[in-house]
Write a protein of this length. Sequence first.
Lengths: 396, 396, 396, 396
Amino acid sequence: MTQTVSLSQGRTYLAIPGPSVMPDAVLQAMHRPSPNIYDGALIDMMPDLTRDLCRVACTNHNVAIYIANGHGTWEAALSNVIAPGETVLAPASGRFTYGWAEMAEGIGAKVQLIDFGTSSTWDFDRIADALRADRNHQIKAVLAVHVDTSSSIRNDIPALRRLLDDLQHPALLMADCIASLGCDRFEMDGWGVDVTVAACQKGLMTPAGIGFVFFNEKAQAKRATMPRVSQYWDWQPRADPDLFYQYFNGTAPTHHLFGLRAALDLIHAEGIEQVWARHERLATAIWAACETWAEGGALHLNVADRAHRSHAVTALRLTEGRGTALRAFTEHQLGLTLGIGLGMEDYDSCFRLGHMGHVNGQMVMAMLGGMETAMAALDIPRGKGALEAAAAVLAA
Amino acid sequence: MTQTVSLSQGRTYLAIPGPSVMPDAVLQAMHRPSPNIYDGALIDMMPDLTRDLCRVACTNHNVAIYIANGHGTWEAALSNVIAPGETVLAPASGRFTYGWAEMAEGIGAKVQLIDFGTSSTWDFDRIADALRADRNHQIKAVLAVHVDTSSSIRNDIPALRRLLDDLQHPALLMADCIASLGCDRFEMDGWGVDVTVAACQKGLMTPAGIGFVFFNEKAQAKRATMPRVSQYWDWQPRADPDLFYQYFNGTAPTHHLFGLRAALDLIHAEGIEQVWARHERLATAIWAACETWAEGGALHLNVADRAHRSHAVTALRLTEGRGTALRAFTEHQLGLTLGIGLGMEDYDSCFRLGHMGHVNGQMVMAMLGGMETAMAALDIPRGKGALEAAAAVLAA
Amino acid sequence: MTQTVSLSQGRTYLAIPGPSVMPDAVLQAMHRPSPNIYDGALIDMMPDLTRDLCRVACTNHNVAIYIANGHGTWEAALSNVIAPGETVLAPASGRFTYGWAEMAEGIGAKVQLIDFGTSSTWDFDRIADALRADRNHQIKAVLAVHVDTSSSIRNDIPALRRLLDDLQHPALLMADCIASLGCDRFEMDGWGVDVTVAACQKGLMTPAGIGFVFFNEKAQAKRATMPRVSQYWDWQPRADPDLFYQYFNGTAPTHHLFGLRAALDLIHAEGIEQVWARHERLATAIWAACETWAEGGALHLNVADRAHRSHAVTALRLTEGRGTALRAFTEHQLGLTLGIGLGMEDYDSCFRLGHMGHVNGQMVMAMLGGMETAMAALDIPRGKGALEAAAAVLAA
Amino acid sequence: MTQTVSLSQGRTYLAIPGPSVMPDAVLQAMHRPSPNIYDGALIDMMPDLTRDLCRVACTNHNVAIYIANGHGTWEAALSNVIAPGETVLAPASGRFTYGWAEMAEGIGAKVQLIDFGTSSTWDFDRIADALRADRNHQIKAVLAVHVDTSSSIRNDIPALRRLLDDLQHPALLMADCIASLGCDRFEMDGWGVDVTVAACQKGLMTPAGIGFVFFNEKAQAKRATMPRVSQYWDWQPRADPDLFYQYFNGTAPTHHLFGLRAALDLIHAEGIEQVWARHERLATAIWAACETWAEGGALHLNVADRAHRSHAVTALRLTEGRGTALRAFTEHQLGLTLGIGLGMEDYDSCFRLGHMGHVNGQMVMAMLGGMETAMAALDIPRGKGALEAAAAVLAA
């Protein structure tokens, strides 16, 4: 037995921040012949499906389902409420706000972006300044990324709502919940969010390929003033169709709908409050391990304050780099794939753990056990007892 | 044994004009864990995938893959080459030209539509008139539906190319091959098509959810003049990406790509010429049966001239209606689902047969045998020997 | 378009007399991780599974499930009730009685075999003679094949019971229902059958790999007198286990049990009487076509009398041979696989159609349409209107 | 967040000593229509399949494949070489030798059993005494369990061979490798084993349902002297068939063969030496953790000597019991199922870890992390640093 023994042959574990691990029930539901798209089970399942989808976002309003990825839903949402020449405000705490902002520019919007770096949540004073300065209410929407997948920062959406209310600013509050829906607590109606965008491949545990835009009456009122909305992105017929094909502006994403149905069944069987609590506990265990390792000085969590960390993804930084080697070891030697760093200055000094959707205690211990092993193999200094610290949280 | 015996329990056969029957190899390829989207097999497979996709369309130019349905690719293609206020010419021989035209209006284009009814192919004299009248070349593109799924008309694309050339009209020739790609002969480069749109769920035998826009240098040149192109629809980074995520403007349609790979393997193992020949022979057998039944006077083919019939779909008309009852019988009593009529005046007097993609001799005989049975059950007058006529074609 | 066009690419149809076409629900149920075999869903499902299995055989008595094929259940059944040196009577109307008889010799039994050829059902006079001659009741069991898969003869089990009763012969009545269970009417308790053997891959629509022995109290009483029963074949702990592993004498056939569960759900959702009626109607349609073709003189049904034909399989004979070429054409040109002749004198002059389990109207028309096509291609003389005759039966 | 948060929703991990975790490739290979059993791919694949199966057992001799579980292969092997009244010697180091011995009695053999308890390997002096006492060579076979799944003891097969040779005793050496094949090093020919039995659901990573008997010329010679061999168990036609159906004495286990093919591909792609080395390293990591926990006094490994521990399964004992509670916690709170104790005196004080077949570094860390968590939750005393000790082994 020498060091050249490979220990990777076995079930692989993709622990990146999306796509997440797909439940067997979802993949099975998608392994079926194409259904009739004019009559039968597929058509009949839509009312319950949209209702149960809205329940995940805690809204009683509307949802439009798009055959598109998360970037597509960014454009879809914007296309319904922002006309060329209008302005959006984008407070950025990671790469994805930039992405959404570029999408806005692509449809002709003006973007006012405030950058809070890649390790910090929003500074509400600066946002307030920007809103106060907008006396003529040129800002038609605030693009608020709830959880930024690149930085793992979780922003305070209810506080942003209160700020808008306090300042009596009429801008729409648009939330990107792509990384957080079905993981971190999110209550669209309760928090006063007007438009929510999400996708299926993270907390919703369905292979990438469909996305969602939830919207309320205020957003709908703004849409009614639009000079023109692209047919494909128009949410109106999708949310309230006369004929089945209007749900999707054409052919339905047949297999994804069956997969999503299975995923929603899992979520609601568990209960959304319990889903959030599970993600919180699992994240807490991961933090306990990482904070222990951090005592060694070589690794630390990107977000210092637990209150601003997502429960779905954890970005880590390595003082001396070697993130690439660490990820290579876990993947090729242990069968565990960790996420690359994204949007950080130094690629090799960052990596991310995905813990979203179909994730439980044994998976978290596998992920952390894999990190411990890789750090041992690479001789990265680290505090002792990290795995036991995580176990203690899970055991609590 | 009475009439109440149901004979439907068994393998069902969805013989509608899309989605088509999915090969086991495709569904199996999609039954897999989510892959890493930053490294590994998924990334590595893209160059061959796009090349093999282009081979199906017989083009050496570019392809952009969209997470979208066929309607989405209509909008995608238009968004790259038609600016608000520009004009497109749309010669219609069925419902889907209207759909594409509406999409064009949705992005601000002016549409000049020529309607040729639902049973006739284009009249090139009328198209020529329209092009000649456009002395200032306001028409920037001709939206040419190759096969209209609703009417089953197959239009003559090469003749349209010749007409444009003869008139020295610079409009782009944009072809909708959603229903024909991988079924009816189509040679993008050879026929001088500038932009081709297609989707995956018909001849490409992959569950609905992705679509394709192929484009050549002329189309690319037009795009270069566009004041603005939406980020999601922009074909430039998709066709020539620096980073993997640019192929799809965000998260890749992971499972669909593996499914498409399997489908392309089937197509190229068979050979595209042979794929076309198979569809032609199968269609000819279907026509032989239908023409024989037509001798009874109650049923006839929507397209009178064989030269203008698609090899992928066949629209039929019933003199006395009862299409709904006929389809109900085949579905509930025999396990065979036929397609509804679409875009016709009288819903009950039309229906359609899909014979696209993963379809062989025994399936065609099942489809025709089911029709014979249903007509017998409903006592619809029909010529004798229809099935034997079809068998004779298949046996030839 | 020439004769070299292949029309086989598409969904293949395996129309042999077992294994039959597997329902998607069965294959899906088997696509799952291995379950715990000491606790949980697998253990909990057994009481309902064995009950529902008994309902298919119309018995309130016992069932033992074996990881074995049909041949294994032959040996299993015999091993519980026939000691070395004891005699069994085997009335043969096809190859499989010979097979079962050889199995009996393999465990040391003496076999008294009466051969009725390959196209005739039992002659009860000859069986009566044999039983009357057995004054000392050396014959401990009669091995009665209900449907012989090779000849497609269906024997009259209730009449055999009446004969045994009339003659007051105490031999066990053992029925082989491998080809008939879930297809042809069979009522174990009502017909006075003591032991029934069956397997999963025909009417029970589950991939080959498990078999069943049903037995009543009379059979159980005979077992109690056995000097020794092999542990693996012993039906006692299997039918009445104290611990889960005793159901299967060791590790359970985990995935097959989930598949069987799905198959039983299909059967009981449809209703066993309706399942039988469906098979009868479909068989009648097949006969109508074959009898019409037979008018051409080149092909005829192996069993002349409809009353003795199975509803699950049909053996056909070709006066001039060419069965091999016919099957090759349907398989390679149309995607339809027919069954070879088995146990007949001349291999090339026989073939068989399987129509068992998951089979409906459109499949039967595919099978018959494929035959018509192949006979046309091979220029085999045949009566006209065969497919229409079949359609008329299905339409009735 | 309270203790009532369940952390089990996610991918479950079945870490029992068989059935093991099935690779996706195996389950996918089994998700297919039934194949033709008279012609085509299934028939063609058999020569390579049996060759590659023999390569796993390191033999150039013969293999018979049975539709049966491991218990079935016990009976199959015995039925070919042990006649009623003949004697077998069974040195027991766990429950499964008793099982095999009972199987031998079931076919009429006399069994001479030597019990070495549940925590010790064989004492060769006592075996030597028994063989020396057998002056007339009544003992026809020694039933040697290589790895006893209940105790996790690994016995020294080569040493047993040397003993037989030294004593010039002609008894067959029959090895049960059900738990060890494809996990622990085993070289049938090199070690002088005459008959090897194995099953598919452990190291061979295929859903339970088929088993294997490998045999050499010496065993074949003994079979030739048998007065009678059951048809189903007869290995002769299975190992050297004239017709395909003889491989399986009837219908083939179609789907299992495709699954096994995929599993063998995985094994040989990795290389059998590397497969063994991987299991050894993973087992060593598990031992390192368990030995560390053992310092707490509450838990210890059943087998004291590393040299006698299997690399496929680890039996553990708890001084104060609570094994049931521990397993319940890992299963219901973490999604990790551990194996029950088997054949031990006190059910609650034993449990087992399965680490066979498709198992890699991240899985081992999940299993150990789950144990650490459960012991923390149950407040079971344990040494510190167990997971780090395991990680150090994996990192080496």
